[in-house]
Design a protein around this ligand. Structure first.
Ligand code: HEM
Length: 88
């Protein structure tokens, strides 16, 4: 629907934690990582550690320098609806 940003609840996010359907939230943005999974330089298992949840902290512990915004532009699903959004 034109221009409307989807709000994703943590409950909805948690439903997408399988390799064939994996979402992840980083800095308040929810991404569909399913098409990226096999290209992740750290491997599928590593990336799956953050499946279905807010993985900001985990992501930053491993590679804070990686530019998610530009890399996953086409995988953007919507905003994470949460009281506790971890921001930079
Ligand atoms: C590399 C883990 C999510 C992009 C790595 C490596 C690990 C890792 C351990 C190092 C691999 C190596 O050097 O041998 C994780 C974990 C994630 C996660 C636990 C879940 C929270 C993501 C996401 C992206 C991403 C969502 C996409 C934007 C990359 C890139 C590298 C990398 C580009 C190479 C970085 C470099 O060499 O400087 N990841 N990753 N990762 N990951 Fe992730």
């Amino acid at each position: 629907v034109g221009g409307k940003v989807l709000e994703v609840t943590e409950e909805e996010l948690a439903k997408h934690k399988l390799e064939e359907d994996v979402w992840m939230a980083i800095r308040g943005k929810v991404y569909n990582l399913t098409p990226y999974l096999e290209f992740h330089p750290g491997g599928i298992d590593e990336l799956m550690r953050g499946a279905g949840k807010d993985s900001t902290q985990l992501f930053d512990e491993v590679h804070r320098w990686v530019n998610v915004d530009s890399m996953l532009e086409k995988c953007y699903v919507g905003r994470l609806k949460s009281e506790q959004i971890v921001s930079r």
